[in-house]
Design a protein around this ligand. Sequence first.
Ligand SMILES: Cc1cc2nc3c(=O)[nH]c(=O)nc-3n(C[C@H](O)[C@H](O)[C@H](O)COP(=O)(O)OP(=O)(O)OC[C@H]3O[C@@H](n4cnc5c(N)ncnc54)[C@H](O)[C@@H]3O)c2cc1C
Length: 325
Amino acid sequence: MILVYVETAGGQATEVSLEAVTFARSLAAAGGGIPVDAVVVGPMGDAVPKELAEHGVRTVLHADSPKLATFSGAAAASAVLAARAQQKAVVLMAGGTNRGNEVMARVATRLDAAMAANVVAFSSLSPFTVTRQVVGGAAMEELVLPKRPAVFTVAGHAVEATPAEGAGSGDVVALPLQLTDDDLAVRAVSVEPVDTKAAGSLKSARVVVGAGRGAGGPEGFGDVVELAELLGGQLGVSRVVTSLGWRPHHEQVGQTGSRIAPELYVPCGISGAIQHWAGCASSKTIVAINTDPDAPMMTKATYSVVGDMHEVVPAIVQEIRARRG
Ligand SMILES: Cc1cc2nc3c(=O)[nH]c(=O)nc-3n(C[C@H](O)[C@H](O)[C@H](O)COP(=O)(O)OP(=O)(O)OC[C@H]3O[C@@H](n4cnc5c(N)ncnc54)[C@H](O)[C@@H]3O)c2cc1C
């Protein structure tokens, strides 16, 4: 059996968890029809078992207790291990979110097994071989996980969440759990909602000024933010920028970020990797600023400015201010 740790939010399974379930289904099919079960920890909305059944889940193991009202990585790992013992799982997996990665890392440690984070594909069941993205998606790595159960997480958007052709039953079975003090030593005490409105406004912005690794660090965004404001637009960034923690994820443009279609896109210090291009190709006019005239973004752009963004962008800002008086 393949066991997927499923996260929920707002009474629904998260998109990344449904992607992990979809990935699990392809593994199950390659293994000759192994069942896919899910484990849910803490409060679970009424819609979750139905959603999981539609995505092919056979049994939903539900660990619930007032002590699990907020997230604890150790408690969630205990639930995954309890479910694994009960259902004899050969693969343990989750979506590659911060929480999914934490829970599976704890599970692997307690099993003395290896864990592969951010897997995008598998190529063989025997030996169990997966491909995962590393260095913020800049490189791929092939890994063999020799031990059973294999433990890994699936990178967000590595697959599209799709319903199964033959739905699972999605039966809910209570998972008894003896929680220890260690399980609850580190736990979330409050949850602040993320700014989803900001991502929404990026998707619908008429002007987007982009910035990538060329910004040079978290302090290198002042000029591009100013330009975006002057043009009545939004800031969009590359994945390197969000992976390095320079800017928040909701500002990311690309395959694993927002897909934008502005009248004007001004990518500064962004090379134009295929995954970034996937999110900005629908821009009407692209004015790229880059020190490398051969960067893919420069060759695809409507207009290309060869130069240092830290010189070109302030010059544009100054010119706009001068013309506006
Ligand atoms: C599964 C997967 C999903 C991905 N999803 C996304 C995604 O959604 N969005 C995304 O962006 N990436 C995504 N990536 C990552 C993508 O492959 C690239 O690694 C990333 O887009 C590169 O970011 P960058 O252009 O900022 O950095 P780099 O590729 O390092 O390019 C930096 C550019 O800045 C230029 N530069 C340097 N200094 C200056 C300066 N002072 N002034 C002007 N130019 C300068 C350089 O010439 C270079 O062209 C994904 C990768 C994978 C594997």
